[in-house]
Design a protein around this ligand. Structure first.
Ligand code: FEO
Length: 388
């Protein structure tokens, strides 16, 4: 992949991975991106995962045409991008690492050395000229780790954006960008909306023609589309009007209520209804949908005098990722001593700016006339604004 005459892609695709970052299912694999800028001086931006260091060094060598790199710019120390640092420095003895102080500290932690005699220590707004290309380093703490910086190249207007604007999926698989970029963003950076907003604010002052992230495709068309989605996600705004029903069900009675509610919401004109069984579907996909839609219905049973496990896990993901600015409703089932609705609400009351519906559904073992009526009331309340 050629980004321009001087900027080349040297990343790798990983189809052997089972769980990215030890938890995310990536059916279409993962790409670890890396770039080289060929100018009077040669700069490499980031390395790749440990299993692919040799392939990456080979990709780099093919672009160098017997020249040698001068700089290794380390934007992010998470091992999916930093594992090749030592191998690179052993191969290119005259190269210098360009990184922030906190990145060098992490090198010491990961590798037992911080290349004290082969380093260029940089801070926010520092620049580095390669000849025709001028790099400006922009610190982006917590997007996604504290040491992160992004790099702006002002001759070709390229933003090397580190993890920002990345997605799950290898680059040799065609798939929708937003779906896997949203699941990636919410899961990995979702907690740090304010820090992403800070970065977007800095980026808005720049002319950007190309975004080169550390995962996913290079973006060079319709950049407003991607930036707008990042604005929505990082400010916790609703992306899609509609209702997401997340349920767990032991013997099918709670599932029946969830599916009946979905049917009634569709009949009442709800613009979009999504439904998921938390025990059987990808948890990261469910968390993504909770952030995507404006309203969330939580349907579950009381279990061990508390909330059924998969629902409890789901709620903890929402809280950890700063879930906010949404409408939430509860459906609980309990054959005796039901507490699920009360306990779910108590957990979510710690979140910012949630509105709880007036109507709740309380099922005792199985739906009956009374709980069916509650379900109907809840469906009407959730759809009331879609009729006006
Ligand atoms: Fe792709 Fe935060 O590493």
């Amino acid at each position: 992949m050629e980004i321009s005459n001087s900027v080349k892609y040297i990343g790798v695709n990983d189809h052997a991975i089972d769980l990215f970052e030890g938890q995310y299912i990536v059916e279409n694999g993962m790409a670890y991106n890396s770039y080289v800028i060929l100018d009077d001086k040669i700069a490499v931006l980031d390395t790749v995962d440990a299993d692919f260091t040799q392939e990456w060094l080979h990709n780099l060598q093919k672009q160098l045409d017997s020249r040698k790199p001068d700089y290794l710019i380390v934007q992010h120390m998470e091992p999916d991008h930093s594992a090749g640092i030592v191998g690179f420095m052993e191969m290119y003895k005259d190269a210098v690492i360009v990184a922030s102080a906190s990145a060098f500290n992490m090198m010491k932690q990961f590798f037992g050395k911080d290349f004290a005699d082969r380093r260029m220590l940089i801070k926010d707004s520092d620049t580095l000229s390669l000849g025709e290309h001028l790099l400006t380093f922009v610190s982006a703490p917590m997007v996604h780790w504290p040491e992160v910086m992004v790099t702006y190249e002002s001759t070709e207007n390229i933003l090397f954006s580190a993890d920002a604007f990345g997605k799950f999926g290898a680059l040799d698989v065609e798939e929708d960008w937003a779906c896997e970029a949203r699941r990636y963003y919410i899961g990995i950076v979702g907690k740090y909306g304010m820090q992403v907003q800070n970065l977007l604010k800095k980026a808005s002052a720049l002319t950007i023609k190309t975004i080169c992230p550390l995962h996913g495709p290079v973006l060079n068309k319709d950049l407003d589309y991607y930036i707008n989605l990042y604005q929505i996600w990082s400010s916790y705004r609703v992306e899609t009007e509609g209702v997401f029903i997340a349920y767990t069900s032991v013997y099918g009675h709670t599932k029946e209520a969830a599916e009946l509610l979905a049917k009634r919401l569709n009949e009442l004109g709800c613009p979009k209804v999504a439904i998921a069984d938390l025990a059987r579907e990808d948890m990261a996909e469910c968390v993504e949908d909770a952030f995507r839609y404006g309203k969330l219905v939580l349907a579950t049973t009381t279990y061990n005098a508390d909330i059924f496990p998969f629902m409890k896990e789901f709620l903890h993901h929402l809280m950890e990722h700063n879930y906010q600015n949404r409408t939430v409703a509860f459906i609980e089932n309990g054959s005796w001593a039901p507490v699920a609705a009360k306990n779910m609400k108590a957990l979510l009351e710690t979140c910012k700016n949630l509105t709880f519906t007036q109507n709740e559904v309380h099922i005792k073992s199985a739906l009956n006339e009374e709980s069916m009526a509650q379900l109907e009331e809840l469906a009407c309340e959730l759809c009331v604004e879609y009729h006006s």
